[in-house]
Design a protein. Structure first.
Lengths: 470, 255
């Protein structure tokens, strides 16, 4: 039967005796209220199973609003107003009852019905407590999940800190796919690749002459054999040899290998006699400037190429001077190079400018290597001019002009300038962080910022957690 | 529209004259130009994005909330905007749907659970838990009677993004609060309460905190502020605010 009675013809609707009506209503509804147009309760009817929820006898002659929560009063008023203006358009409404005396709250979904009198309205209600109970259980289950995630956060952090602080190179490999799942900073240094570059890379491909299946099989055999055994691996990029000690385990259904890598003793030394001769030639006649300094960056020796680049006539003019004298940012550049190289064992590419005797500046990339000297350490710097390379690298002006054409008209000048300023700021900060190998004190100095301001900007650009993870 | 020859020449000239700053600006311009336009479109009108997440969360569009969110991310809308702006809007609209009897409380509950999972997934990588012990450690607490945890979850991600290390304890007892305060040292406590909690619920939490550590700063916030203008005085909090910048000044003063 639809509510407006279109299904039953008027003539076929059985006549119901008023005294039977209440029995029918209480069978159909858990609660039934007859109210007047102001919401005053004229009579209450509850099915036997629901009469004990609250002291219903107190409801009679009270206003229904007195037994509703604040937000339900608003809903009730809206629904009542809707009903009074168009009885057919109104829909079921969920209301939360609240008994101030017993502090019992219970949800009921009501429909409003015309019972033939202008002054009274019948509210038929269904008790929603069973659904509310399920809702409560769902929320509790959700909270339990949230708490587990909070715990997991703690474990994650501990795992990350542990991975970063151990000096052994550690690599996790998914045995089925052969891909690196995770690696720590020590592994990144040893393999001379960043952690990000290592992740999701095929482990076997890092090493010479190794197919994935053979390598993993060999390592599995090594792990199964008794006593501490290891597999010898050779980096396919630079032929350095490592000792790999694997252990296998299952993590959440994934067969995983934890591999500890240690450099093979003497793997960097070569007995080949041609190397010193070749190196000598690179120093004497090579195109790159080479400078050997003491631990403080004072020049002990420099080659012809360096003298050329700095317009210096004779070696004696540079010896004993600080390399900082020749660098565009002076001691800032030098400190970054020395600190960075001292900490990470080498500096690969550091971009700056070289100052000539006559103050001419030329763009250079500098790489630095510590010189292993038992008594007093020092560094070797290889300085390569980037003047010619840079022209080739620059984006074509056409591309850049197109960018401006794309932007102008789509955004106001103010927006373009603000966005571009942000990008420039981010590029410069990233550059400083990269140049200083994430030495924030040096990066802040380089940018002319306080350490605090640098922090704020790193946060702003989302650079903090990433650099911390690396 | 392609640039004319004279435009190209001008760009070329300006590049030469402005040197390396010009290069930098050009690079930045091209980055701004190629950046996803989604964010700008969002700023112009967020309704389609909010509507899409709402329908996905309420399981009305045949699209999962995760897929809908991924699509927004792909259009260039950052996770921060989704969490700080879209999710709260969607949550308010769900509440409004209940008030207008468009949706029942059961669907709204399920929808807000989806939202909460989304917030957690999007913020999984945001952490301020690192070796830098100079940043604040915050205990984020909710009254035990709390019905709504989405708001507090959003706040936890925002505090983490601000650089605070956060312990988030959704709906635990006052005994557990005492335990937490005994076991760990915090720089501040943030109490999150929604419109369905009372100042009394919050006062009980703050009383427990102050009994244990009288000088530990406590901030209270959440939709409870709407109906309780003088919440700080009512609950004994040091500050009642929905502005996390204001709240976090309290922590830095305390440090």
């Amino acid at each position: 039967m639809t509510r407006d009675g279109t299904y039953w013809d008027i003539g076929t609707v059985p006549h119901v005796e008023p005294e039977r009506l209440s029995a029918i209503i209480s069978a159909l509804a858990d609660f039934a209220l007859v109210i007047d147009r102001d919401g005053k309760i004229i009579s209450v009817l509850a099915s036997p199973a629901h009469s004990s929820i609250t002291a219903l006898d107190q409801w009679e002659n009270a206003n229904v609003r007195d037994f509703l929560t604040i937000e339900s009063v608003r809903k009730f008023e809206d629904t009542l107003a809707g009903y009074l203006s168009d009885a057919k358009a109104q829909r079921a409404t969920e209301l939360n009852h609240f008994d101030k005396k017993t502090e019992v709250e219970f949800p009921v979904v009501y429909t409003m019905h015309d019972i033939g009198s202008e002054e009274t309205i019948l509210l038929m209600g269904r008790d929603l407590r069973p659904i509310a109970e399920i809702q409560k259980q769902l929320v509790d289950a959700q909270l339990a999940v949230e708490r587990d995630f909070e715990l997991k956060r703690g474990y994650d952090t501990r795992f990350r800190v542990l991975m970063q602080s151990v000096s052994d190179a550690m690599v996790f490999v998914n045995v089925s796919t052969g891909m690196i799942i995770d690696a720590n900073a020590a592994a990144a240094t040893l393999l001379r690749r960043s952690v990000d570059a290592l992740k999701n890379k095929e482990f076997a491909k890092l090493f010479e002459d190794q197919g994935r299946s053979e390598l993993l099989a060999e390592m599995a055999a090594s792990a199964l054999s008794e006593g501490p055994t290891s597999v010898r691996l050779v980096d396919q990029k630079n032929q350095r040899a490592f000792k790999a000690t694997p252990s296998f385990f299952r993590a959440a259904g994934t067969r995983t290998m934890l591999c500890r890598l240690t450099p093979e003793a003497g793997s960097d030394a070569t007995s080949n006699e041609t190397i010193p001769r070749a190196l000598n030639a690179v120093f004497e006649v090579g195109p790159d400037a080479i400078v050997i300094t003491d631990a403080e960056g004072r020049i002990a020796s420099a080659n012809e190429a360096f003298l050329d680049m700095t317009d210096t006539a004779h070696n004696a003019a540079v010896e004993g001077r600080s390399l900082a004298d020749y660098l565009d940012r002076g001691t800032i550049d030098l400190n970054v190079l020395l600190d960075g190289t001292g900490r990470s064992g080498r500096t690969r590419i550091y971009g700056t400018k070289l100052k000539g005797q006559f103050e001419g500046l030329s763009a250079v990339n500098i790489s630095a290597t510590p010189v292993d000297n038992e008594t007093h350490g020092g560094f070797t710097f290889v300085i390569r001019s980037t003047e010619s390379a840079q022209k080739g690298d620059a984006e074509s002006p056409a591309d850049n002009a197109q960018s401006a054409v794309d932007l102008v008209g789509n955004a106001s000048l103010k927006e373009i300038v603000a966005d571009t300023t942000d990008v420039i700021e981010k590029i410069c900060i990233e550059t400083a962080i990269e140049l200083t190998s994430n030495n924030r004190v040096a990066a802040a100095e380089m940018l002319g910022l306080s350490r605090q301001s640098l922090y704020v900007k790193l946060r702003k650009y989302g650079l903090l957690s990433r650099t911390d993870d690396d | 529209m392609s640039p004319s020859r004279s435009q190209l020449l001008k760009a070329d000239e300006s590049q030469h004259s402005s040197g390396r700053f010009g290069d930098l600006a050009s690079k930045a311009l091209s980055e701004v130009a190629t950046r996803g336009r989604g964010q700008d479109i969002y700023l112009a009108s967020n309704a389609p994005f909010v509507g899409r997440l709402l329908n996905a969360a309420m399981s009305r569009s045949g699209e999962t909330l995760r897929d809908a969110a991924q699509s927004l991310l792909a259009q260039g809308i950052p996770a921060e905007v989704i969490i700080d702006d879209i999710v709260p809007r969607v949550a308010r609209m769900m509440g409004e749907e209940w008030v207008r009897d468009i949706s029942g409380f059961a669907s709204v509950t399920v929808g807000s659970m989806y939202l909460q999972s989304l917030v957690r997934e999007l913020s999984a990588s945001w952490t301020a838990d690192d070796a830098d012990l100079k940043l604040s450690t915050v205990l984020l607490w909710m009254p035990e009677s709390a019905q709504h945890t989405l708001g507090a979850t959003v706040v936890s991600t925002q505090l983490r993004r601000m650089g605070h290390s956060v312990q988030f304890a959704p709906r635990r007892s006052l005994t557990e609060l005492t335990d937490a305060l005994t076991l760990d040292r915090y720089d501040a406590v943030v109490v999150s309460a929604s419109f369905s909690e009372t100042p009394d619920d919050v006062r009980a939490v703050i009383k427990t905190v102050k009994a244990h550590a009288p000088t530990l700063p406590v901030a209270v916030g959440g939709t409870i502020l709407k109906h309780n203008a003088d919440l700080a005085a009512q609950t004994g909090a040091d500050v009642a605010t929905n502005d996390l910048e204001v709240a976090s000044q309290l922590f830095s003063v305390a440090k």
